[in-house]
Design a binder for this molecule. Structure first.
Ligand SMILES: *[C@@H]1O[C@H](CO)[C@@H](O)[C@H](O)[C@H]1NC(C)=O
Ligand SMILES: *[C@@H]1O[C@H](CO)[C@@H](O)[C@H](O)[C@H]1NC(C)=O
Ligand SMILES: *[C@@H]1O[C@H](CO)[C@@H](O)[C@H](O)[C@H]1NC(C)=O
Ligand SMILES: [Zn+2]
Ligand SMILES: [Zn+2]
Length: 353
């Protein structure tokens, strides 16, 4: 049946309108995405849930990040690791409220079954308290992973049958220790996950050591994230030797050198790094922490190797002093900050990497 002229015009109009709508869809999607801060990318490699984001005081919101890989169907895998254990249980509650975990998640079961390992950057209480308090109900067979120095603090200061029962390998055996060697240049597997890990030393008021973890996907090694525990700037951190002379170990600059090839190859998805205080904080009161200016100075070292525009910089450990968060966000929005893609994590709100 032949179309009438009027019908033809109507069809043409519908086709025309459809084409305009089709043409607009990408613009609409881009606009919607731009409004959300932590957009799910086309093919993310990692899924992060911040369980706690502050650098102290608020016991319900202390440094801790759940990390898992994202499978081929773009869903987070069920096997998580925890990067630092400041706040665990309350963070999981908030994550369920924020729909970052399924609504029917039972937090008890989640902690027992889905957290496979604890990676602890250093021994300070604000990175361990939630994890330690939850040990009595945990399932055995998991590893606590860190530098020997950190593991020694956990054994001697917490799992000593005085501060807390010994849940480690010399006591109740809930956990085994996986000591990582900072001088080794290879990554080692994290049991029951599809992750590998490598460790690096950091200075946190020398000679006190903190550490950074480079996590990569075992079967997709082209994707990694770097998580740094507390650290001060290379120019401030010094080691005093027995003869009272000092030297600067410059652990951050060594770390950036190791990261350069990953940045160049577009394999590093994110860097979790601390900014504890706003710029007004004098250097002699940093106590092994960074300010926005010091962070930019450090990141500029990395940028001197390659553009940082594809690496998300997740700013952790802001001290909960009045107005500090707003000031730090403001101070990381000017000047050299434009070369970097900063993310200010919120408790319970998932980040796709
Ligand atoms: C946790 O701390 C962050 C600051 O780092 C703050 O923005 C957030 O509101 C806190 N979360 C809750 C649930 O209070
Ligand atoms: C870890 O430290 C302890 C205590 O200093 C020491 O006995 C042990 O040999 C160290 N282990 C490793 C693997 O370095
Ligand atoms: C190093 O400094 C301390 C404190 O100032 C002093 O007691 C000590 O004798 C000094 N050691 C040496 C080797 O000079
Ligand atoms: Zn801390
Ligand atoms: Zn610390």
């Amino acid at each position: 049946m032949a179309l009438t002229k009027r019908n033809k015009i109507a069809v043409a109009n519908i086709v025309g309108i459809s084409m305009i709508i089709l043409a607009l869809i990408p613009i609409i999607i881009v606009t919607v995405n731009a409004r959300q801060t932590h957009v799910k990318q086309s093919s993310p490699s990692f899924y992060v849930i911040p369980l706690g984001t502050t650098g102290g005081l608020d016991e319900n919101n202390l440094s801790s990040y759940l990390l898992t890989s994202v499978n081929n169907n773009n869903n987070p895998s069920s096997a998580y690791i925890v990067l630092d254990g400041g706040t665990i249980r309350h963070g999981i509650e908030i994550a369920i409220q924020q729909n970052s975990l399924p609504a029917d998640t039972d937090k008890e079961t989640f902690i027992r079954e889905q957290i496979k390992a604890y990676l602890i950057s250093h021994g300070h209480l604000d990175h361990n308290s939630g994890f330690i308090l939850n040990t009595p109900n945990d399932k055995s067979g998991k590893f606590i992973i860190g530098l020997n120095e950190t593991i020694n603090i956990i054994r001697q200061s917490y799992f000593n049958n005085q501060a807390w029962a010994d849940f480690g390998s010399t006591g109740l055996k809930t956990y085994d220790y996986q000591i990582l060697d900072p001088l080794s240049t290879t990554s080692v597997p994290i049991a029951n996950t599809d992750f590998n890990v490598r460790i690096f030393r950091l200075c946190h008021t020398c000679p006190y050591l903190s550490s950074a973890f480079l996590i990569s996907r075992r079967y997709q090694p082209s994707a990694s994230v770097l998580y740094l525990g507390d650290t001060g700037p290379d120019d401030v951190e010094k080691i005093i030797q027995p003869d009272n002379t000092t030297y600067s170990p410059r652990y951050l600059s060594q770390l950036w050198k190791e990261m350069a090839p990953l940045v160049i190859a577009d394999q590093l998805k994110a860097i979790f790094i601390e900014v504890s205080f706003p710029n007004e904080r004098p250097d002699h009161l940093l106590f092994g922490h960074l300010t926005p200016n010091w962070l930019l100075k450090e990141l500029n070292v990395l940028r001197s190797y390659y553009s940082m525009k594809n690496v998300k910089i997740i700013v952790t450990h802001i001290k909960p002093e009045k107005g500090a968060r707003e000031k730090i966000i403001e101070q990381l929005s000017n000047g050299d900050a434009s070369y970097f893609n900063f993310i200010f994590p919120q408790q319970g709100q998932a980040i796709w990497l």
